[in-house]
Design a protein around this ligand. Structure first.
Ligand code: HDD
Length: 711
């Protein structure tokens, strides 16, 4: 057992009780019998057959055979971390949930980020939505906020979830492609299901290829309810705002990162926490008073719609900090079970039909994934709150329930566990008035599928729009059936004419004047198609600046990776000045040399090489710096990979700095023509300017020039 550390949260203490540390311990069997040979099986003679009697062999192999559990049907690829949530100011006017009323609390959390479509071993930089699931371990019970990094979802009703996922997953005949939406079945479905178009355009934007899990927003998506002590309800949407801002890589980088380091996001999260640069997000509420439920041009129960922040501002209420990596990936990140149905007093569901269906699905899936209704007892899922109930037995029951009774009401157990009053903190569903017909149908208030994708596209900067054009062109370019592409072009035209024209040009196709099939086959055979026409699109806002990544934060270079390109003889003075300035701002400076081991500076001192140029790629860095030193530059000129590094960094619009002979190196490359006018290239300049350019993430103005640089 690990010893409890000072400053531990209660949850951490609870987890520590389960940690088994083999350090300084003797190897034993699972029953605790000491073992003196785990290399050889028990045989009948040195060259004889293995004996069935070998309990050590059987135990070892049996355990191994059963090491894998089914991966999640969606969100299989994920990375997790522990942390805590702190409240800035009591929100008791909205909710009685203690984590939102007690500013002295430090609520322990476990967060799991994920991609959706890929398998457990798929690369991190797939073009995909990212899962953003947070488990809050409260004294009053566990609350799970299971969201994504985009504020809307693809479909309006949980009934369609299996169709959506079957369409995006690898095609069933050949299991191709892995972790990619660019294939026929996905676009067949999307083109027939117009409610998907809003989330889809987000997936075509830079939001789908984040620079880091630490640099993406999170959203609860659904409208929930907050309930205060008086029993009053407000609708709420939850937002996570990353302190480092929202930043992405380019598609060209994403493709290369997947080869160079498929664990790019997982490693980035892990390393940031290990170096004490704890990822942080602020939590915000968008509050909608009950009386405003029907005020908007969209339905607040429709999960394919966001509420523009310009219409309902996000009120920041607290901050989440991730400060501890898991001890064991399987025990924690793999076995963690999130349930949107895990709710606490003070928070309640709305009638969003997608949310309602989710309430069933997640508990169900944990049964096949974790194998037992006792999955709550797994340490990472165990509530901080005491739980006493009459549920019993089942696979892997670890609790030893005492007493004669497992039913309610009872006298033999003293009436226990007894009921709690609402005033004693019992959960009580909001008493919403319902007077309705039983009906299998879609509300016509959910029928506008085009206004918000159009608003999203209008709100982007030119460079962001170009990325969206490129993404649609790439994805549809991978689709084999022309009728699907054609239909998609018509639908994209309903979102934005220029966008559709650019994509059509790239595909070498024409946008069709009409499409034959009903506009939305997803709404049921008897639905009236006229309700779902794009002509009903509304323009309730010209633009929503909050949707553009150009309006995010550009303040910090903390954890940004800077490659210093060198060979033997590099200028120590140049290097030291830049390194100190960057490290002072918590950037990570790495010596990338022509060889591994150590590299000599012009003072003849040896410096440890972080990575040789042969074992790394430019896409793993945010910026490059080339110090002077004639000998170093001459040697670099002979290694072609250095030039590839520089050209790619230029192509990806990142900051480049060089001093003294470093300039000669840049002048001898194909970016020579651009050196003098580029806002993010610095030759013999102030380090502070270089730092500012790294904080600005990218110089997108460079994009047109990058077209002519092929690497
Ligand atoms: Fe889901 C996992 C997010 C709709 C069914 N979902 C899962 C995870 C996230 C989301 C982040 C991974 C949790 C983890 O890290 O373990 N899902 C969403 C969001 C949705 C959504 C934001 C819409 C707003 N999901 C949704 C629907 C259904 C599901 C409509 C089914 C009706 N989701 C599942 C699931 C998963 C899951 C099959 C797979 C593994 C798991 O639950 O634990 O039950």
């Amino acid at each position: 057992m690990a010893s409890k550390k000072k400053g531990n949260s209660k949850k951490q203490d609870q987890l520590d009780d389960f940690i088994v540390d083999g350090k300084d311990q003797t190897l034993t069997s699972r029953q605790g019998v000491k073992v003196n040979d785990t290399n050889n099986s028990l045989k009948s003679g040195e060259r004889g057959s293995t004996l069935l009697e070998d309990f050590l062999l059987r135990e070892k192999i049996t355990s191994f055979d059963h090491e894998r559990i089914p991966e999640r049907i969606v969100h299989a690829r994920g990375s997790g971390a522990h942390g805590f949530f702190e409240l800035y100011e009591s929100q008791d006017k909205y909710t009685k949930a203690e984590l939102f009323t007690d500013t002295k609390r430090k609520t322990p959390v476990f967060v799991r980020f994920s991609t959706v479509a890929g398998s457990k071993g798929s690369p991190d930089l797939a073009r995909d939505v990212r899962g953003f699931a947070v488990k809050f371990y409260n004294e009053e019970g566990t609350w799970d906020l299971v969201g994504n990094n985009m504020p809307i979802f693809f479909i309006q009703d949980a009934m369609k979830f299996p169709d959506l996922i079957h369409a995006v997953k690898p095609e069933p005949n050949n299991e191709i492609p892995q972790a990619a939406s660019a294939h026929d079945t996905f676009y067949d479905f999307i083109s027939l299901t117009t409610e998907t178009l809003h989330n889809h355009i987000w997936a075509m934007s830079d939001r789908a290829i984040p620079r880091s899990l630490r640099m993406m927003e999170g959203f609860g998506i659904h409208t929930y309810r907050l309930i205060n002590k008086k029993g009053e309800s407000h609708f709420v949407k939850f937002h996570w705002k990353p302190v480092l801002g929202v930043h992405s890589v380019t598609w060209d980088e994403a493709v290369r990162i997947n080869g160079a380091d498929p664990d790019f996001h997982r490693r980035d999260l892990w390393e940031a926490i290990e170096m004490g640069q704890f990822p942080e997000w602020e939590l915000g509420f968008q509050i909608i008073p009950e009386e405003d439920e029907h005020k908007y041009d969209f339905d607040i129960l429709d999960p394919t719609k966001l509420i523009p922040e310009e219409m309902v501002p996000v009120q920041i209420v607290g901050k989440m900090t991730l400060n501890r990596n898991p001890e064991n990936f399987f025990a924690e990140t793999e076995q963690v079970a999130f349930l949107p149905g895990n709710i606490i007093p003070g928070i309640d569901f709305s009638n969003d039909p997608l949310l309602q269906g989710r309430l069933f699905s997640y508990r169900d899936t944990q049964l096949s994934r974790l194998g037992s209704p006792n999955f709550h007892q797994i340490p990472i899922n165990k509530p901080l709150a005491q739980s006493h109930h009459n549920q019993r037995d089942g696979h892997m029951q670890t609790e030893i329930s005492k007493g004669q009774t497992a039913y309610f009401p009872n006298t033999l157990g003293g009436g226990c566990p007894h009921l709690a009053k609402i005033s004693e903190g019992a959960f009580h569903s909001y008493e919403e008035r319902i007077d309705a017909k039983k009906i299998r149908s879609r509300s016509t208030s959910f029928s506008d599928h085009f206004s918000q994708p159009a608003l999203f596209y209008r709100s982007l900067q030119e460079w962001e729009q170009q990325h969206v054009i490129d993404a649609y062109s790439f994805e549809l370019g991978k689709v084999n059936h022309d009728h699907i592409k054609s239909r998609m072009l018509w639908l994209i035209k309903q979102i934005n004419n220029d966008l559709a024209k650019s994509v059509a040009d790239n595909l070498g196709m024409k946008i069709p004047k009409t499409i034959d099939n009903p506009i939305n086959q997803a709404i049921g055979a008897d639905a009236t198609v006229k309700d779902f026409q794009p002509s009903k699109a509304k323009n309730y806002l010209d633009e929503s600046p909050a949707l553009s990544q150009s309006n995010t934060k550009f303040e910090s270079i903390a954890t940004r990776q800077v490659a210093v390109l060198v060979s033997d003889g590099f200028s120590f003075e140049d290097f030291d000045k830049v390194r100190k300035a960057l490290e002072n701002k918590n950037a990570v400076v790495k010596l990338v040399a022509s060889h591994g081991g150590t590299v000599k500076c012009d003072n003849k001192k040896d410096h440890k090489v972080d990575t040789s140029i042969d074992t790394t790629e430019s896409v793993l860095f945010d910026a490059i710096y080339i110090p002077g030193g004639k000998k170093s530059i001459d040697a670099m000129t002979k290694v072609a990979k250095f030039e590839k590094f520089v050209l790619e960094t230029f192509k990806h619009c990142k900051a480049i700095a060089a001093d003294n002979e470093g300039e000669t190196y840049l002048r001898n490359t194909r970016i020579d023509d651009y050196l003098d006018d580029d806002k993010a290239i610095f030759i013999n300049c102030e380090v502070q300017d270089f730092i500012k350019a790294i904080a600005n993430h990218r110089n997108w103005e460079r994009m047109p020039a990058t077209k002519s640089i092929a690497v």
